[in-house]
Design a binder for this molecule. Structure first.
Ligand code: ASP
Ligand code: MG
Length: 449
C-alpha cells in the first residue's frame, strides 16, 4: 500500500516522481491519494457560505483550469491528455450541479459541505491514473464511495466501519489486482450506510490509506510526504532537529494529535489493529530512511520528540463546590460536545474546571457554557501547548523536573500541566509568545542540541 499527499501532486514533474515511486514497487499494490495541494482548501472556503451563480461560474473555471493545466503538464501524448481532460470534465459536472443546487436553495448544510469537499481527490486520482497508464502501468481511478469505504455517517469527522468496509472493498480490489491493475483510490472520504458522502476531517487521506491497508490485510503502508518523517522537534523552531527512525503507534498518535502534522492522528488505529507497519517517507528524498511506525518492535524507552500547538485558549468554569458536586464535569463536557468543540486538556480544582480548546471556538464555548449554571466563565487566549512524547516517559525519574527547570531558566511561566493520562506523553501550556524560546530550551536539555 502506498499513499501520497497533495504536496507531491503539485506539478507535472512531481507527479512523475510519484509515478516513478509507484512503478518501482514491483509487487501488487494499491495507491491512495490526497487532493492536489491547495484544492481542498479552495473547496472548503468556497462552500463555507452560500454563493451566487456568478461565484459558482468563476469557481468552476478556476478549479477546471487548475486540473486541466496539471494534466497537460503531467501527460506527454495528446491522446492521453484528451482522455484525461474528458474524464475530469465529466467529474466536474457533478461538482457544478451540486454547487448550483446549493446556490438555488440558498443553503449549505453538512451533507452538501462534505459532498463538495471531496472533489479534490476525485480529480487527482484521474490525473495520476492517466499518467501511470501513459507510462505503461495499468491503473484505474477509484472513488471511495463507489468502492465501498463505509463510515459511521458523521459529517465532517467520520470514522471507518472496518468490518463493513472490508466486506465491500476487499473482493473488488483483489479482482483489480488479479487483473494487474493498480487501483488509485481517493482518500479523505467514504460513504455512510445510507449513501451520503462523509469526510474524515482535514488530512484524512492518511487514515483512508490505513483503513484500506487493513481491509486488504497488507503488512505495510508507505505514506509519502514532502518531509523526511517525524522529527525530534519542528525544524522551523530548532534547525538542528533530528529525524526519528522509529516510533510506536502510541507515540506517533500522541505526536500527531498534539501538533506534529506529519500524519493524521487516526491513521494509527487501523494500522495497529491490522498489525501494519507504517513508513513515512519523503517523495523528494526517497533515499532518506524516514520514520517507521509499528508495534512491539518499535517500542524503545527513550524520549522521542517535543511537539507544539499554537492558537489555544483556556476556558475556566467557576462554581462553588465544583470539585465535590457530582456531574459538573460531565455537564460542561456535554455542552461543549453539543457545540462540536474539542477539548485538548482538562484540569479541575475545588472551585474551577479549566479546559484547553482551540482559540476559534472561544466565542461558541462562552455562549454554551452560560447555560452550565457556573457562577463565572473566564476565557484566556494566547496559549500554546508543548507535548513531550516517548515510551520511556513513565520510567525516566526526574524527567519532569529537568523539563520544567529548563523552561524556568528561560523565565517562562508554565500554565496548565497534564500528565499521567497517557503513559507516553505529557503536556503543558506556555504563553504563545514564549513558545519558541521554551521549546529550544527543552530540546537542548533533552537532546543536547
Ligand atoms: N485533501 C484533504 C485535505 O487537504 C485530505 C488530505 O489531504 O489528506 O485535508
Ligand atoms: Mg492534504
Amino acid at each position: 500500500m502506498l499513499k501520497f499527499g497533495g504536496s507531491s501532486l503539485r506539478t507535472g514533474g512531481s507527479m512523475r516522481q510519484v509515478a516513478g515511486i509507484i512503478m518501482a514497487e514491483r509487487e501488487k499494490k494499491a495507491v491512495v491519494l490526497s487532493a492536489v495541494t491547495g484544492v481542498t482548501e479552495m473547496l472548503v472556503q468556497f462552500i463555507s457560505r452560500t454563493r451566487s451563480e456568478e461565484d459558482v461560474d468563476a469557481f468552476m473555471r478556476e478549479i477546471t483550469k487548475l486540473h486541466v493545466d496539471l494534466a497537460r503538464d503531467a501527460l506527454r501524448t495528446e491522446s492521453a491528455r484528451a482522455k484525461a481532460v474528458e474524464e475530469l470534465v465529466a467529474k466536474l459536472v457533478k461538482l457544478e450541479r451540486m454547487l448550483y443546487g446549493s446556490c438555488y436553495i440558498e443553503e449549505v448544510n453538512p451533507r452538501i459541505r462534505d459532498y463538495v469537499q471531496c472533489f479534490g481527490e476525485r480529480l487527482s486520482v484521474i490525473i495520476l491514473s492517466a499518467l501511470l497508464n501513459e507510462l505503461g502501468e495499468r491503473a484505474r481511478p477509484v472513488d471511495a464511495d463507489e468502492l465501498g469505504i463505509i463510515t459511521d455517517g458523521l459529517y465532517g469527522a467520520a470514522t471507518v466501519n472496518m468490518e463493513a468496509t472490508r466486506a465491500s472493498i476487499r473482493p473488488k480490489l483483489l479482482r483489480m489486482l488479479q487483473e494487474d491493475t493498480t487501483p488509485v483510490i481517493t482518500g479523505f472520504f467514504g460513504r455512510a450506510p445510507e449513501g451520503s458522502v462523509t469526510v474524515f476531517g482535514r488530512n484524512g487521506s492518511d487514515y483512508s490509506a490505513a483503513a484500506v491497508a487493513n481491509a486488504m490485510g497488507a503488512s505495510s503502508l508507505e505514506i509519502w510526504k514532502d518531509v523526511d518523517g517525524f522529527m525530534s522537534v519542528d525544524p522551523k523552531i530548532v534547525p538542528s532537529a533530528k529525524p526519528i527512525p522509529r516510533l510506536s503507534y502510541d507515540e506517533a498518535a500522541e505526536l500527531a494529535y498534539f501538533g506534529a502534522k506529519v500524519v493524521h492522528p487516526m491513521t494509527m488505529e487501523p494500522a495497529r489493529s491490522g498489525n501494519i507497519e507504517i513508513r513515512v517517507k519523503n517523495v523528494f528524498r526517497p533515499e532518506a530512511p524516514g520514520t517507521a511506525i509499528g508495534g512491539a518492535d518499535n517500542v524503545d524507552q527513550s524520549i522521542k520528540s517535543i511537539s507544539c500547538m499554537k492558537d489555544l485558549s483556556l476556558v475556566k468554569v467557576f462554581g462553588e463546590g465544583t470539585g465535590y458536586k457530582l456531574g459538573v464535569l460531565a455537564d460542561v463536557a456535554s455542552l461543549l460536545r453539543r457545540a462540536e468543540i474539542n477539548i485538548y486538556s482538562v484540569v479541575t480544582s475545588l472551585t474551577c474546571i479549566a479546559l484547553l480548546i482551540d482559540r476559534r471556538d472561544v466565542a461558541k464555548a462562552q455562549k454554551v457554557l452560560a447555560e452550565s449554571g457556573a457562577s463565572r466563565v473566564e476565557t484566556h487566549t494566547g496559549f500554546a501547548l508543548m507535548c513531550i512524547v516517548g515510551e520511556g516517559l513513565g520510567h525516566h525519574k526526574g524527567l519532569a523536573s529537568r523539563v520544567f527547570k529548563a523552561v524556568a531558566k528561560e523565565g517562562v511561566n508554565v500554565g496548565l500541566i497534564s500528565a499521567g493520562a497517557s503513559l507516553v506523553a505529557y503536556h503543558f501550556t506556555v504563553d504563545e509568545a514564549d513558545l519558541e524560546r521554551a521549546t529550544r530550551a527543552v530540546h537542548e536539555e533533552l537532546f543536547g542540541c
